[in-house]
Ligand binder design. Structure first.
Ligand SMILES: Cc1ncc(C[n+]2csc(CCOP(=O)(O)OP(=O)(O)O)c2C)c(N)n1
Length: 657
C-alpha cells in the first residue's frame, strides 16, 4: 500500500495580504472580547451553566477557518466558541444560546458546548465526535464534491481510545478529514506531563496519516501550514493531522484554575493578541471598538430574547385498530437478507457496514449474505471498532445517507453506548432539529446457543428509555421487510434493531395454534396480537423479539394441558412504548404474564407494570414477570436452558397464579 505519511515542512511564511491578516486578527479579537464578556456576564450572575473559554488559543480557529469552504463541516468540543465564531460570526446566536434564550443558535437546547450552524457541530463529550466527523468525511468522499470535514480536539482527549479507531478508518478508507489537535498542555487541571506517553504526531503518523505542527504564537506561519494541509486533504482526499501548540490563558471553565501564576504569566506576555492590543495601533483600536459595539448589541438582543417554550414529544394514546395479517413461508434469516437486498436496490444511498459482512462470509449470522456481490460499492467490512463504526454511521446519516450497521453480537453494544447516548440520540434535539442522525444499528441478541456469558446476553433494556433512540425487536410473527422499510423511511433519529439468534434459523410463524388469528395494529411499527376465537381469555402473554416463538408454544400447551386460553401481545417497537392502547385487550384476561429473556430488573416488563399501575392499579393483582434469575448465562447448554425463560417455566409460573 502506498504510504500516506507525508511530512509537511512548510517553513516559508506565505505572503499574507493585509486584508487576510486583518480578517484573521478580527476573528481572533472577536473570540477574545466575546469570551471576556461571557466571563463578565457570569460574574454578574447573568449566565447559567458552564463556559470554557479559548482565551489564548483564538488563532487556531481563526486561521483554520480561512481555508474551509461552504459545504465543509467543522466538529468541535467543549472549547468551541472561537471555532464557532470564526466560522459563523453569529455573535447573538452564541450569547443567546449560552443565556438559554430562544434567539440562541440552538434555541437554548445545547448551551455553550453544543452549537450547530452551517455545518458546525460541537459536543462536550471528549473524543466521541471524532468518528462522527470521520463519517461526515466519508459522506463527503462518497459525494465526490471536494468537501472536507475538520475536527478540533484537545491534547487531553488523546487519552480516548475511540479517536484511534477513527484515525484507522480515516486512513484506511482515505477520507478527507483534517484533525486539529490543540495542544495547550493541560486537561482540565492535569498537566500533560502526568498523563501523556509518547509523541503526539507519532500517534497519527502510526496510521499513515500525514502530520504537521504549528502554533498560535507564530500564527502567520500557521496560516501557511494550514493552507498546505487543507489543500492536501481536499485535493488528495486523505486525512491529515495538525498539532497546534497553544496555551489557555484562563481557567478550564469559568474560575477553576490551579496553575501557578508563574506558569501562566509568560504566556500572557507572549500572547499575540495581548501584544497587538498593547501597541495602540489605530487600526486595532478601531477594530476593538467595532467588535465591542457588536458584542454589546448582541448582549442586548440576547437579553431581550424570550426563554424558549417547552416542547414535549407526543405520545400515542389513541385507540389502535387491528387488521388481520399473514406471513410468508421462509426462514427469518432469509427474509431479513432478502429485505436488505430489496432495500439496497430501492434506496441507492443505503449503505451496509459491519464486521465480516462481505461475501463470501456474509456476517456472523449470514444476514448479509451476497449483499457485497450485488452492491459492491455500498457494503463495507470494518475493523473491530464498534464505537467508531456507529459514530461513522451517524456522520453519514447526518449527510443524507442511510447506513445500516451490523454489530456482530448484541453483547458488543456496550461499546457503542456513548455513541448512541451522548451523540446520535442527542443531535436532533440539542442541535434544535437542524440535523437528523438516523442511522440504523442492528444486532442479534439472546442465548440458547451455548456461546457463554459474553455472547448470549439480551441487553435491550440498557437501551430503553433513551430519548432520541427508537428500539425495535424483530419477531417471527411479522414479515421483516415492512418493518425495515418503515424504519428506513420514517426515522428521524437513530434506531436500534434487535434481532434474535435463535429465531434466525426458524421459519416465520405461519401456522398458529388452532382457533387463533393474527392481528397487527395500524401503527407504523405494529404490535402483533394473537387472538383466540373464544370470547373468554384466561391469560395475556406479553413478550417481544425472540420470545415470540416461545409464547406461541406456551399458548398451545396452556390449552392442551391446562385448559387455559391465552392470547399474545408482541410489540415490535419496544421504545418508545405505551401500553395504553392495549389496556382493553389485557383487561379481558385474568392473568397477565410478561416474559423477557433479558434481566427483569428495570427492564421492559418492569416498565409495563409501572404503566399499568399508573393506568389502573387493579391490573397489578394479575401480573407476573417471567425473567431469568440474576446470574450470568452459562455456556453449558443444559444449564443455560434452565436459566433462560422456556415453555415449561412460563407455564409453571402461570399455572401457579
Ligand atoms: C468523555 C469525557 N471525559 C471527561 C470529560 C470532562 N472534561 C471536559 S473538558 C476536559 C479536559 C479536556 O482536555 P483537552 O482535551 O486537552 O481539551 P482542553 O480543555 O485543554 O481544551 C475534561 C476532562 C468530558 N467532557 N468528556
Amino acid at each position: 500500500m502506498e504510504s500516506l505519511l507525508k511530512e509537511f515542512t512548510t517553513s516559508l511564511v506565505k505572503q499574507l495580504t493585509p486584508e487576510i491578516k486583518k480578517r484573521i486578527i478580527r476573528k481572533a479579537l472577536l473570540s477574545r472580547f466575546l469570551e471576556e464578556k461571557l466571563l463578565e456576564l457570569y460574574s454578574q450572575g447573568k449566565l447559567f451553566g458552564t463556559v470554557h473559554t479559548c482565551i489564548g488559543q483564538e488563532f487556531s480557529g481563526a486561521v483554520i477557518t480561512e481555508f474551509l469552504q461552504p459545504g465543509d463541516s467543522i466538529f468541535s468540543n467543549h472549547r468551541c466558541h472561537g471555532h464557532f465564531l470564526s466560522w459563523t460570526e453569529n455573535v447573538t446566536g452564541l450569547i443567546a444560546e449560552i443565556m438559554g434564550k430562544q434567539a440562541g443558535v440552538c434555541s437554548g437546547r445545547g448551551g455553550s458546548q453544543h452549537l450547530c450552524q452551517d455545518g458546525f457541530f460541537s459536543n462536550g463529550i471528549q473524543g466521541g465526535i471524532v468518528p462522527v466527523a470521520t463519517g461526515l468525511a466519508f459522506a463527503r468522499k462518497l459525494d465526490g464534491k471536494g468537501k472536507i470535514a475538520t475536527v478540533f480536539i484537545g491534547d487531553g482527549t488523546l487519552g480516548e481510545g475511540v479517536i484511534y479507531e477513527a484515525f484507522n478508518l480515516a486512513a484506511k478508507w482515505e477520507l478527507p478529514l483534517l484533525v486539529v489537535l490543540e495542544n495547550n498542555g493541560y486537561a482540565q487541571s492535569t498537566c500533560q506531563t502526568e498523563t501523556l506517553a509518547g509523541d503526539i504526531c507519532d500517534r497519527a503518523a502510526a496510521f499513515g496519516i500525514g502530520t504537521a505542527k504549528g502554533d498560535t504564537w507564530n500564527w502567520e506561519q500557521l496560516y501557511a501550514i494550514a493552507d498546505d494541509l487543507v489543500n492536501y486533504v481536499r485535493d488528495e482526499g486523505k486525512p491529515a493531522f495538525l498539532q497546534i501548540d497553544t496555551f489557555r490563558l484562563k481557567a478550564h471553565s469559568k474560575g477553576d484554575d490551579n496553575r501557578p501564576r508563574s506558569v501562566v504569566e509568560p504566556y500572557e506576555q507572549k500572547d499575540p493578541l495581548n501584544l497587538l492590543l498593547a501597541e495602540s495601533n489605530p487600526e486595532i483600536i478601531a477594530l476593538q471598538q467595532e467588535i465591542e459595539q457588536l458584542i454589546d448589541k448582541a448582549v442586548a438582543e440576547a437579553e431581550a430574547s424570550p426563554y424558549p417554550e417547552v416542547k414535549l414529544p407526543t405520545i400515542q394514546e389513541q385507540k389502535i385498530e387491528w387488521q388481520e395479517a399473514t406471513v410468508s413461508k421462509q426462514r427469518l434469516v432469509k427474509a431479513i437478507n432478502q429485505t436488505f437486498k430489496d432495500l439496497m436496490q430501492e434506496q441507492p444511498k443505503m449503505l451496509f457496514i459491519g464486521e465480516d459482512v462481505k461475501s463470501p462470509y456474509g456476517g456472523a449470522f449470514k444476514v448479509a449474505q451476497e449483499l457485497s456481490d450485488l452492491f459492491a460499492e455500498r457494503v463495507f467490512n470494518t475493523p473491530i471498532s464498534e464505537a467508531a463504526i456507529v459514530g461513522l454511521s451517524t456522520g453519514l446519516a447526518m449527510e443524507g445517507y442511510y447506513p445500516f450497521v451490523e454489530i456482530m453480537f448484541g453483547d458488543f453494544t456496550t461499546l457503542i453506548l456513548d455513541q448512541i447516548l451522548n451523540h446520535a440520540s442527542k443531535f436532533r434535539y440539542m442541535y434544535d432539529e437542524k440535523v437528523t442522525a438516523n442511522a440504523v444499528i442492528r444486532t442479534p441478541m439472546g442465548g440458547g446457543r451455548g456461546y457463554g456469558p459474553t455472547h448470549s446476553q439480551t441487553l435491550d433494556r440498557h437501551f430503553l428509555g433513551i430519548p432520541g433512540l427508537r428500539v425495535i425487536a424483530i419477531n417471527n410473527l411479522l414479515e421483516p421487510k415492512p418493518i425495515y422499510q418503515t424504519i428506513l423511511e420514517t426515522s428521524l433519529d437513530t434506531t436500534l434493531v434487535i434481532e434474535n439468534k435463535l429465531l434466525y434459523s426458524q421459519y416465520l410463524r405461519q401456522e398458529l395454534p388452532e382457533g387463533f388469528k393474527r392481528f397487527v395494529s395500524n401503527e407504523p411499527l405494529p404490535t402483533v396480537w394473537l387472538k383466540p376465537e373464544t370470547v373468554a381469555v384466561d391469560v395475556t402473554l406479553i413478550g417481544y423479539g425472540g420470545m415470540s416463538e416461545t409464547l406461541v408454544k406456551v399458548c398451545d400447551r396452556l390449552f392442551e394441558e391446562h385448559d387455559l386460553i391465552a392470547q399474545i401481545i408482541c410489540p415490535t417497537q419496544i421504545y418508545p412504548f405505551n401500553i395504553k392502547p392495549c389496556l382493553e385487550i389485557i383487561a379481558q384476561s385474568r392473568i397477565l404474564a410478561i416474559v423477557e429473556e433479558g434481566q427483569g430488573f428495570a427492564g421492559f416488563g418492569a416498565e409495563i407494570v409501572a404503566q399499568l399501575a399508573e393506568a389502573d392499579a387493579s391490573f397489578l393483582s394479575k401480573v407476573t414477570r417471567i425473567v431469568p434469575p440474576a446470574t450470568s448465562i452459562p455456556a453449558s447448554g443444559s444449564v443455560e436452558k434452565d436459566i433462560l425463560p422456556n415453555v415449561d417455566k412460563i407455564i409453571a409460573a402461570i399455572v401457579e397464579m
